[in-house]
Design a protein around this ligand. Structure first.
Ligand code: MG
Length: 295
């Protein structure tokens, strides 16, 4: 299958690329191409900007040595720049630290074309963004970016939480998000990054009874500040979570607070007073101490 993989290279990597493929060099009429080579079915175009594009069947085989060095560079905790390894997919979840509301997991896909469109939104670490900003921008992102979302409502969460621990639950949700994304975009890119919540070995152990199992994922902590696809997933997930919180608040007749603090304790008291304890499994994650101490 034909692939199109784009990677931003530093000077050293550009030299390595040219040395490696100089015997396969061909001429290019594109004034922005500084080096062009054809290796089997793959065309390699290195642009004056430092970007290299591998195009053709099995392009990933030629691109992978450069992908790996790029990933190593991007795992540097001081790296602030969102990864430009494209195409890429990334996943993240929200709601696990909130007593009220669902757990939402989103996986998104970003290729070169989508990346260009995302530049207008100045996407950065989504943890630093206000809810207002998310509410305004996320719906626009959702029209540009192919994504898959899973929303586990409180009732289902409480039911399955008896059976699975939280990390197992997250692993199953991330895996299904990638499976849905794969159906949507036909083929997942070589680089799929999970915002790491558990080591890779545990992640796949939790999935042993699942089908399909999406393999070859890359795991990285704080991935939302290094990979644009994870940042986008995190924003869409937060948007869907905020929407769900709005709906729950409308249902119970007052504003439910996020998090697990004292405001939430007050909300729990008000809920029990107005609706009775029986409502709690439908609006809250009942294993939180905020709920346990009231039962
Ligand atoms: Mg996360």
């Amino acid at each position: 299958m034909s692939e199109n993989i784009s990677i931003q290279l530093n000077n050293q990597q550009q030299n390595e690329l040219i040395q490696k493929y100089q015997n396969s060099a061909i001429a290019s009429k594109n004034q922005y191409v500084s080096f062009c080579a054809k290796v089997d079915a793959v065309t390699i175009n290195l642009y004056t900007s430092g970007k290299v594009v591998f195009q053709g069947a099995n392009a990933n085989l030629l691109a992978s040595p450069f992908l790996n060095s790029q990933i190593k560079k991007d795992t540097n905790p001081s790296a602030k720049i969102l990864s430009t390894i494209l195409p890429q997919a990334g996943s993240d979840e929200v709601g696990t630290g909130d007593v009220f509301g669902p757990v939402v997991v989103v996986a998104s896909y970003v290729d070169e074309n989508i990346y260009e469109q995302l530049k207008a939104f100045n996407i950065n670490d989504s943890k630093q963004l206000s809810d207002d900003w998310i509410l305004e921008v996320a719906p626009k992102l959702m029209t540009i970016v192919p994504y898959a979302s899973l929303i586990l409502d409180n009732k289902k969460y409480n039911d399955v939480h008896q059976q699975y621990n939280l990390n197992a639950l997250k692993a199953i949700l991330h895996n299904s998000a990638y499976a849905h994304l794969q159906t949507k975009i036909k083929q997942l890119p070589k680089l799929c990054v999970v915002d790491q919540f558990t080591p890779k070995s545990s992640y796949y152990r939790y999935l042993k009874d699942q089908s399909p199992i999406i393999s070859n994922l890359t795991f990285q902590t704080k991935a939302e500040s290094s990979f644009i696809s994870v940042a986008v997933s995190s924003m869409i997930a937060r948007y869907l979570f905020l929407q769900a919180m709005d709906q729950l608040s409308t249902q119970v007749g007052f504003t439910l607070h996020k998090g697990a603090g004292q405001q939430v304790d007050k909300d729990v008291d008000q809920l029990i007073h107005e609706k009775g304890k029986a409502i709690l499994p439908y609006v809250a994650k009942c294993h939180f101490s905020n709920i346990q101490k009231k039962l």
